[in-house]
Design a protein. Structure first.
Length: 403
């Protein structure tokens, strides 16, 4: 800057001064590296990591970052944290602020959207036309990604329908069904076509396969040995009673038996033989889910390694819409000690039925509801809500009763 001064006599004085300034310009870039945008996640939390960089500025630059408003540590431009997820779509936003030594500041951010789904798919089977088994896979959250037959015994598995190819001996298959989030389920019914001419059949099964479904067509009796237990099924007119290890089945019709009391950890050894007149037979099915007398069954949420759940979850009921019955499944994680309640409410928020109230062991629990209230009265069509509450965990889902 230069200034000239002149007095009354005409004398001139010139004053000059100068300063030096530095123009600071900061620019930054931020990118979330994991998870990828539009990911499907089979978990209740996820590790989020990213990087940020800055250019320009004067002197050392200080940086601070947060993920969804929670501060995270930045080291060498890298940051990360574990973020809890809600079921459904979740927006994850990372923001970093940078400031140089003269106070110039810049802010940058990035976001991704992920879909969290902790419920395994469901598979349902129809055994009413044995030896033909048909079924379908359902996932109402993230949707079915794949259905993969990965174990077959005397079966050729076709994705709709499952077609039996050999008439004698044990047959079965295992399907691994994966949804878009990576949650998996194994469905594995074991089937025998029994007749007096074939003799005894032996095989081994894990203890999770505990439900026996027999559809008799004229056999007089079926003799089983499970480990060291001798069990008999005797045909009689009223085939739904029991005397010790002797069970009664119809001459022509179905009977379902829970075999849990005869099973041990690890593999269980079975030997099965049929006795009756020529031409008699029975469909003999062992599954990890109960098959009712209408010859339908639903499997939900079994893990490939049969592990205990790691988080408390409430699954979508199946079938939905339903009439008159539906199944509701919740999972209790290892170490969970709080009591559990499972209740059904109408659209006005009024309690209509309590399906479970007590302590539940870690694992998966399935309750069946017959669309009746606590007094046994049939309910009208409409929307209902079911709620599971345990400790600080509360979850609510919607279901539709259609008549």
């Amino acid at each position: 800057m230069e200034c000239t001064f002149t007095d009354a006599t005409g004398a001139v004085c010139v004053a000059v001064d100068s300063i030096h300034v530095f123009a600071s310009r900061l620019a930054c870039h931020l990118e979330i590296d994991t998870p990828a945008d539009s990911s499907f996640i089979c978990a209740t939390s996820i590790n989020v990591s990213g990087t940020t960089s800055v250019s320009g500025g004067l002197g050392p630059v200080t940086s601070s970052c947060d993920i969804n408003g929670t501060p995270v540590t930045v080291s060498g431009g890298a940051f990360g944290a574990t973020v809890n997820l809600n079921l459904g779509y979740n927006t994850i936003v990372a923001t970093c602020s940078h400031r140089d030594s003269v106070g110039c500041e810049t802010v940058c951010s990035d976001k991704v959207v992920v879909f969290a789904d902790t419920s395994a798919p469901q598979c349902t089977f129809d055994f009413s036309k044995l030896p033909l088994i048909t079924g379908e896979a359902i996932d109402e959250e993230s949707g079915i990604f794949s259905i993969e037959p990965f174990h077959e015994v005397n079966r050729v598995v076709i994705i709709e329908p499952f077609e039996r190819t050999q008439p004698q001996g044990r047959s079965g298959f295992m399907l691994k069904i994966t949804n878009m989030a990576g949650c998996e389920i194994v469905c594995d019914p074991i089937y025998l076509s029994l007749n007096p001419e074939q003799g005894a059949v032996s095989f081994s099964l894990p203890p999770i396969d505990r439900y026996l479904f027999v559809n008799n067509h004229g056999l007089e009796r079926i003799e089983m040995k499970i480990n060291q237990h001798d069990i008999k099924l005797i045909a009689r007119a009223q085939g739904f009673e029991r005397a010790g290890n002797t069970y009664f089945m119809p001459f022509d019709g179905p009977r379902t038996i829970d075999l849990e009391e005869y099973l041990k950890p690890g593999d269980n050894d079975y030997t099965v033989a049929a006795f009756g007149p020529a031409g008699s037979s029975a469909d003999f099915l062992i599954t990890d889910f109960r098959v009712d007398d209408s010859a339908t069954g639903v499997a939900t949420g079994r893990r490939l390694d049969d592990s205990v759940p790691t988080a408390f979850t409430l699954q979508q009921n199946y079938p939905n819409p339903f009439n008159p019955e539906t199944r509701i499944t919740f999972e209790v994680p290892a170490g969970w000690t709080a009591p559990v309640t499972l209740r059904v409410f109408n659209i006005q928020g009024q309690l209509v039925q309590t399906l479970f109230d007590g302590y539940a062991q870690p694992g998966q629990h399935t309750m069946q509801w017959n669309a009746r209230d606590a007094r046994g009265q049939a309910l009208s069509s409409g929307v209902y809500f079911y709620q599971v509450r345990s400790g600080d965990f509360v979850a609510v889902r919607k279901m539709l009763l259609e008549k």
